[in-house]
Write a protein that binds this ligand. Structure first.
Ligand SMILES: NC(=O)c1ccc[n+]([C@@H]2O[C@H](COP(=O)([O-])OP(=O)(O)OC[C@H]3O[C@@H](n4cnc5c(N)ncnc54)[C@H](O)[C@@H]3O)[C@@H](O)[C@H]2O)c1
Length: 346
């Protein structure tokens, strides 16, 4: 089977396969030199893990599901299991799950014996359009999210659209808002697909969103410049998530509110037409993102945006749209502007 896209990063080139029921024939998409270990979650083990392990004649390892388990401890448990079961340098990890499993088990694969072959099998919309692509892996630290990690490109990404059939609506929406972000930064036709709820063409959305991200990470592997575009909506989203202790809203919903706040700042700076911002906001609200809880701590949102990894020195970096399908990075955003963006939401 031909890959849908091939991602070419400085450190590796790898195929991304997209289609329905790809998992039935996963054997033909994977070239392993040694034993294969399917790593999934206790929740997804029965749904996907066992079947994939049987098809690949692989061992299976299951970690606990949930953001609270996206830790160095869980990654270390994976390493322990790999050691106990005799994994070697030529073994391969096939990681099956959403972004939580992909990040944690992927990170474990990236450090086990200084790194073994890794294949991502993303099973959420968010993981298919975002977290499985680009080679970033991270686990959380008590002091913050995604503070420990690595850049470690996979050997392949296999996105089976059929896995999304069982995804709860809320998780679909989380990925949808990331895809909508992709539309605003790089593909107006993707944005248009998401402008008319209650339905959307999942396959087209996944394909177009993968293309946007693949093009960006192919051009720029690390956070340098172009890749920052992917952070549209994320500065204030991270603040919101931290203020809520990562509960109540999905990541995509936080990004949805973050995009609305960023647009307000962009209008005030004179870099974005109100009509375009209104169109983006209409599209977001049409999908009914969970509202910000009453009484959310404004100070906590602002404090968390200060520690944003994207900031260099005293400058704040944010991404603003110029048009639908085109965004730019601005490195001179003031604290006052960020406070203004947050206040628009409260
Ligand atoms: N590495 C990156 O570049 C990157 C980018 C974006 C997000 N992330 C990370 O991704 C994580 C979020 O990932 P997510 O949104 O995929 O959530 P998730 O991995 O937490 O999964 C959400 C829920 O969906 C369930 N689930 C997964 N697949 C399913 C399926 N096919 N059917 C039914 N249920 C299913 C899971 O069991 C879980 O309960 C965060 O930790 C975030 O930091 C990483």
């Amino acid at each position: 089977m031909q890959p849908f896209v091939t991602i070419r990063q400085a450190s590796a080139t790898y195929p991304v396969y997209v289609g329905r029921n790809l998992l039935d024939d996963i054997r033909s998409l994977i070239q392993s030199r040694g034993r294969i270990f399917v790593i999934t979650s206790s929740v997804l083990r029965d749904r996907f893990g066992e079947q994939i392990a049987a098809t690949l004649d692989a061992d299976i390892i299951a970690i606990e599901e949930g953001e609270a388990y996206k830790t160095l401890e869980t990654a270390n448990e994976v390493v322990t299991q790999l050691l106990d079961r005799g994994a070697k340098r030529d073994s391969m990890a096939v990681v099956v799950g959403g972004g939580m499993v992909g990040d944690t088990a992927g990170f474990a694969a990236s450090i086990f014996l200084r790194g073994i072959d890794l294949v991502h099998v993303p099973t959420t919309l968010l993981a298919q359009v975002d977290s499985s692509l680009g080679g970033k892996l991270a686990v959380n630290h008590a002091k913050g999210k995604n503070l420990i990690g690595s850049f470690y490109p996979p050997r392949a990404v296999i996105s089976d659209l059929a896995t999304l059939d069982s995804l709860p609506r809320r998780e679909v929406l989380s990925g949808l808002f990331e895809a909508l972000k992709g539309g605003v930064i790089g593909d107006a036709s993707l944005f248009e697909l998401l402008e008319s709820p209650p339905d959307f063409d999942v396959e087209q959305v996944v394909r177009k969103a993968i293309r946007v991200k693949a093009e960006i990470v192919s051009a720029d592997e690390k956070e340098a410049d172009l890749r920052r575009l992917l952070n549209y909506g994320h500065t204030i989203a991270h603040g919101i998530e931290a203020a809520l202790d990562y509960r109540g809203l999905t990541h995509g919903e936080a990004v949805a509110w973050g995009m609305i706040a960023a647009n307000a700042i962009a209008i005030r700076r004179g870099v974005l037409d109100r009509a375009i911002a209104d169109r983006i906001e209409r599209a977001i609200r049409a999908w009914n993102p969970t509202p910000l809880p009453e009484g959310i701590d404004r100070g906590a949102i602002l404090a968390a945006t200060e520690h944003d990894k994207k900031n260099t020195g005293s400058q704040r970096v944010m991404v603003f749209p110029r048009a639908i399908g085109h965004c730019e990075v601005f490195s001179d955003v003031s604290e006052d502007e960020i406070a203004y963006g947050v206040d628009v939401l409260l």
